[in-house]
Design a protein around this ligand. Structure first.
Ligand SMILES: Nc1ncnc2c1ncn2[C@@H]1O[C@H](COP(=O)(O)OP(=O)(O)OP(=O)(O)O)[C@@H](O)[C@H]1O
Length: 249
């Protein structure tokens, strides 16, 4: 297998007496969607926060494209291309789809006048923004205010904004949450394509989406990875069935 883009080694995080992350090691490789599943309170969000830099581990290491990033804060990790989508990119409701993505393009270029409405004639911003908007199938919505978008369209906008940051890896924490069946199906198709842009570490409770998307699945229970494998391997695992999947397998 290719060199991992993201390489976690023996990560550990405690909150008082509680071990939320118990010696977790996992890798994310180019082109793959690696899903992280597990019951409520298993430590999935904590792990995402350790990777994004919002939380610091008690021990263990995180390498990103071969570089140790343990000492970097969230902003520096984001600049390296570690994109925590659906949270980093705050959509401005009064701005159009195009303006929102232009702001993301502007932010990615390091410009500091983040809160000014971007100049619609600035082709250095409009061209990449329109490219990302077309990529997520929102070409006909470019001039619509973000406030008027449906939930699913807003998710697409957020992905276009994440793409503008030229990510090297995506950390997605429950992107299907709050979406209807159709919206979830729609987003599943988008994420499936997105993996060719950058690999995705996907925390998700929607098992239909996980089984449809994941190249590999890791199962987290009480902060510990109890199994990592393909969809077929995880569905067939007795340990996983007993600890988590039950009838969903
Ligand atoms: N800042 C914190 N301080 C104390 N305990 C915390 C903190 N953050 C998380 N925890 C605890 O750590 C454990 C793991 O929580 P975490 O939110 O990572 O789980 P999760 O798998 O994401 O759950 P869910 O699926 O419900 O989102 C839980 O027992 C939680 O109560």
């Amino acid at each position: 297998m290719s060199e991992p883009i993201l390489d976690l080694h023996n990560l550990r995080k405690t909150f008082g007496a509680l071990t939320a992350t118990d010696d977790v090691s996992l890798t994310l490789h180019p082109g793959e969607i690696h899903a992280l599943i597990g019951p409520n309170g298993a430590g999935k969000s904590t792990l995402i926060k350790l990777i994004s830099g919002e939380l610091r581990p008690d021990s263990g290491t995180i390498r990103f494209e071969g570089q140790a990033i343990d000492r970097l804060g969230p902003a520096a990790r984001a600049r390296l291309g570690l994109a925590r989508s659906f949270q980093v990119s705050a959509v401005i409701p009064g701005f159009t789809v195009l303006e929102n993505v232009m702001l993301a393009v502007q932010g990615a270029s390091g410009a500091s006048f983040r809160f000014l409405r971007p100049a619609l004639r600035d082709r250095a911003l409009t061209e990449p923004a329109q490219f990302h908007i077309a990529h997520v199938g929102m070409g006909t919505r470019a001039h619509m205010p973000a406030a008027d978008l449906s939930h699913g369209e807003r998710r697409r906008l957020e992905i276009a904004m994440a793409l503008a940051l030229r990510p090297r890896a995506f950390l997605l924490d429950e992107p299907m949450a709050g979406m209807g069946t159709e919206g979830a199906r729609d987003l599943t198709a988008i994420l499936s394509e997105l993996r060719t842009e950058a690999p995705i570490l996907l925390v998700e409770h929607d098992m239909d989406a996980v089984f449809a998307l994941a190249d590999r699945i890791s199962v987290l229970v009480y902060g510990r990875i109890i199994a990592t494998g393909t969809v077929a391997e995880i569905r067939a695992s007795e340990a996983v069935r007993a600890a988590y999947l039950g009838d969903a397998a």
